[in-house]
Design a protein around this ligand. Structure first.
Ligand SMILES: Cc1cc2nc3c(=O)[nH]c(=O)nc-3n(C[C@H](O)[C@H](O)[C@H](O)COP(=O)(O)OP(=O)(O)OC[C@H]3O[C@@H](n4cnc5c(N)ncnc54)[C@H](O)[C@@H]3O)c2cc1C
Length: 274
């Protein structure tokens, strides 16, 4: 039985600062006064602040010792406010400090089309994708992007019937060639051979980690009007989580709804590609 499933996204991990170590580092630099004013230092609980933003700001300020006037005799004034500091970094294009913080995602029930496009982004990522060489599908599950062309089709039944015929044939072939008593390597070889008949639109899973420099770029590229509907759908959801959880790093992004209603375009107000 062919099932149509929607893509789902989960933010599964993020960078955390080590408060003890960071405090030691800043004291060693003589930045105690600046440190004591920071939200991460004053917060009762570590979850109250954006750790990635704090880390990125500390890394950036460490370059010029710009934690206060007097630490570096060449500096006569500093931007006290974190938001103003990050905005200035973005405006200058000093993107490398954004690589210090990372977010991990699980994209579930996305298509192989989606994963193929996602892995084209090479810089600043880590990727672990469900292996269809090892994992043998027990049924055909197909990704359906809400609001996309397919989801609006009146005769989706016809497509479903064609897919069910393909599914039936696939399951018949797997039964014929893959037997329980076979060695795992033999099963793997046949699983891999028979996946060649499976469609690109089938649902799969991928764990994807990316740093904030990469995330800003991929968010912009993959929500652009020319981007594929599933990319736009998923990255619109990613953008919402990024803006909610890291307002200092993504506060400059503005959204413009797409004409077809699938997601929105995320446009950086300050600078594209830092
Ligand atoms: C709307 C859309 C349509 C597309 N259509 C096609 C298509 O028809 N065919 C196709 O093949 N691809 C297509 N792509 C994929 C596209 O060509 C890129 O491969 C993909 O978007 C990855 O982006 P990136 O090159 O910026 O790499 P990322 O890995 O995201 O890298 C980010 C940036 O780091 C720098 N960088 C990364 N690696 C290197 C390197 N090796 N050397 C120097 N600088 C580097 C570059 O400045 C790069 O922009 C499309 C992408 C989009 C968004």
């Amino acid at each position: 039985m062919v099932q149509w499933v929607e893509p789902k996204i989960f933010k599964i991990a993020e960078t955390r600062i080590d408060r003890e170590g960071l405090t030691g580092f800043l004291k060693t630099l003589g930045a105690d006064e600046w440190m004591e004013k920071q939200p991460w230092f004053r917060a009762a609980s570590p979850t109250e602040v954006e750790d990635s933003s704090a880390l990125i700001e500390v890394a950036g300020r460490a370059c010029y010792k710009s934690f206060g006037v007097g630490l570096n005799p060449n500096i006569t004034k500093i931007r006290e406010d974190s938001k103003a500091y990050i905005e200035n970094v973005l405006a200058k294009g000093d993107g490398s400090i954004f690589e210090h913080g990372q977010v991990s995602w699980a994209f579930v029930d996305v298509s192989r089309i989606f994963t193929h496009e996602l892995v084209r982004h090479r810089a600043g990522v880590a990727i672990s994708q469900e292996s269809l060489r090892y994992v043998r599908p027990k049924e055909l599950r197909m990704t359906m992007v809400p609001g996309s062309e397919l989801s609006n089709l009146k005769n989706l039944d016809e497509i479903t019937r064609a897919l069910e015929a393909a599914e039936e044939e696939y399951l018949r072939l797997t039964e014929e060639h893959i037997r329980p008593e076979m060695k795992f390597d033999e099963k793997k070889a046949w699983t891999s051979a028979l996946r060649r008949f499976l469609p690109d639109g089938m649902a799969t899973n991928i764990v994807w980690s990316a740093n904030h420099r990469t995330l800003r770029w991929v968010l912009e590229m993959r929500t652009a009007p020319g981007a594929e509907a599933e990319m736009r759908y998923v990255f619109d959801l990613v953008g919402r989580i990024l803006k909610r959880d890291y307002p200092t790093l993504y506060g400059d992004f503005e959204t413009r709804p797409h004409e077809d209603g699938v997601g929105a375009q995320w446009v950086p107000r300050i600078r594209s590609k830092v």
